[in-house]
Write a protein that binds this ligand. Structure first.
Ligand SMILES: NC(=O)c1ccc[n+]([C@@H]2O[C@H](COP(=O)([O-])OP(=O)(O)OC[C@H]3O[C@@H](n4cnc5c(N)ncnc54)[C@H](O)[C@@H]3O)[C@@H](O)[C@H]2O)c1
Ligand SMILES: O=C(O)C(=O)C[C@@H](O)[C@H](O)[C@H](O)COP(=O)(O)O
Ligand SMILES: [Zn+2]
Length: 359
């Protein structure tokens, strides 16, 4: 097992990455205020992993309250959030009850927001079971739900007590979901870590084959990048916005296509290609850079063409992004591989030309 730390003063926490972690209650017990936990999961993950996590905790004397939600991005909403509150209240959960998210990013974001708001805040633990949630969503404390008008529009910054990324859980992950997770791995290379990007170019086949050594390294290096950015800018007043590469376009795609039709990672990949295209038009990325980005997404089995929503529809949806200031869309753009910036200083006509190429 490898352990990293997110350094946030009194909100600091460890990220444990390794095999067989679900079956190690000693990684959870020190973080409990009381021997009671509510484990929030979904109908897909529960039959696979709920008992693997719950039974060792029960054996250690912990009362476990399972809360099993419907599965899917379409359920990341206020109605499902209410199901969590209902179950916590029906079981008379107190401020000392710890809420554990067992699942992918949808479960993590929903559960984290429930934990941030139930009784005005109860302790929360992340047990991510998708690649995307192990490399990104379980770390950094962004929690929340979607609104029909926009992705993640309601939420809170709320950090977990500990993150347990058990690599064994990836063995049951559908291939399409594995690829979606790789989109966020690729993101770290593109925004701030060119050597990691180059490593991915040489090791993508190993990652697709779930090679343990390569996968452990990719998760560790991704979390290391995210932990550094979050420690420097927890609430996204500056550098953290770089983690949004491709997301202003991607969230528009997810919303327009209907939540869950395009997976988050797929929309981020297509959105990153649009950001790369605009960066090339600005003279900041070379044709060779573009070729490398297309090649890595293609090898990871991710889309490189965004859907044809129409320029006006893209602009309308992108205008609801959280990075908007004074009505101005701010975009994460690239100045080479491994170098990125947030900018509203682009020619609006160039953005229109980029959006017009969406296939
Ligand atoms: N909070 C953040 O910082 C952050 C970062 C990135 C993404 N997100 C959010 O995360 C969500 C996407 O997360 P995701 O890609 O994990 O999707 P997801 O949570 O929908 O999980 C993908 C699918 O895999 C299933 N699953 C989970 N673990 C499994 C396993 N081990 N074996 C088999 N099936 C398994 C799930 O039930 C689901 O059907 C989006 O809502 C996105 O907005 C949040
Ligand atoms: O942690 C962050 O900061 C990120 O931006 C990570 C993203 O991968 C993630 O999808 C996040 O939820 C997007 O944030 P949002 O503020 O645009 O909703
Ligand atoms: Zn994301």
């Amino acid at each position: 097992m490898q352990t990293l730390h997110v350094d946030l003063g009194e909100r600091s926490y460890p990220i444990h990455i390794g095999r067989g972690l679900l079956n190690q209650p000693e990684l959870i017990l020190p973080h409990l205020k009381r021997k009671q936990v509510a484990i929030v999961t979904n109908t897909t993950v529960a039959p696979l992993y709920l008992e693997k996590l719950a039974q060792p905790l029960r054996d250690a004397g912990v009362k476990v309250i399972p809360i099993i939600l419907p599965d899917g991005e379409a359920y990341k909403n206020s109605a499902t959030l209410n199901l969590i509150y209902d179950a916590l209240l029906e079981n008379r959960c107190e401020r000392s009850t710890t809420v554990i998210a067992l699942g992918g990013g949808v479960i993590g974001d929903l559960t984290g927001y429930a934990a941030a708001t139930y009784l005005r805040g109860v302790p929360f633990i992340q047990v991510p079971t998708t690649l995307l949630s192990q490399v990104d969503s379980s770390v950094g404390g962004k929690t929340g739900i979607n609104h029909p008008l926009g992705k993640n529009m309601i939420g809170a910054f709320y950090q977990p007590q500990v993150v347990l990324a058990d690599i064994d859980t990836l063995s049951t992950l559908p291939e399409r979901e594995l690829s979606a997770g790789l989109a966020e791995v690729i993101k770290y290379g593109l925004i701030r870590d060119e050597p990691f990007f180059a490593w991915q170019e040489s090791n993508m086949q190993k990652l697709l084959a779930l090679d343990t050594e390569a996968m452990s390294y990719a998760i560790y290096r991704s979390c290391e990048n995210k932990a550094e950015v979050v420690a420097a800018d927890e609430r996204e007043s500056g550098e953290r916005a770089l983690l949004n590469l491709g997301h202003t376009f991607g969230h528009a795609i997810e919303n327009a296509m209907g939540y869950g039709v395009w997976l988050h990672g797929e929309a981020v990949a297509a959105g990153t290609m649009l950001a790369a295209d605009l960066s090339r038009r600005l003279g900041w990325l070379s044709d060779d850079d573009i070729k490398r980005i297309v090649a890595i997404f293609t090898e990871a089995r991710l889309p490189v063409h965004a859907p044809a929503l129409g320029v006006e529809r893209y602009l309308d949806l992108m205008g609801l992004d959280k990075k908007v200031v004074d009505g101005q869309i701010r975009l994460v753009l690239q100045q080479g591989i491994g170098k990125s910036l947030v900018s509203s200083e682009y020619d609006a006509q160039l953005l229109r030309e980029t959006l017009a190429i969406a296939a």
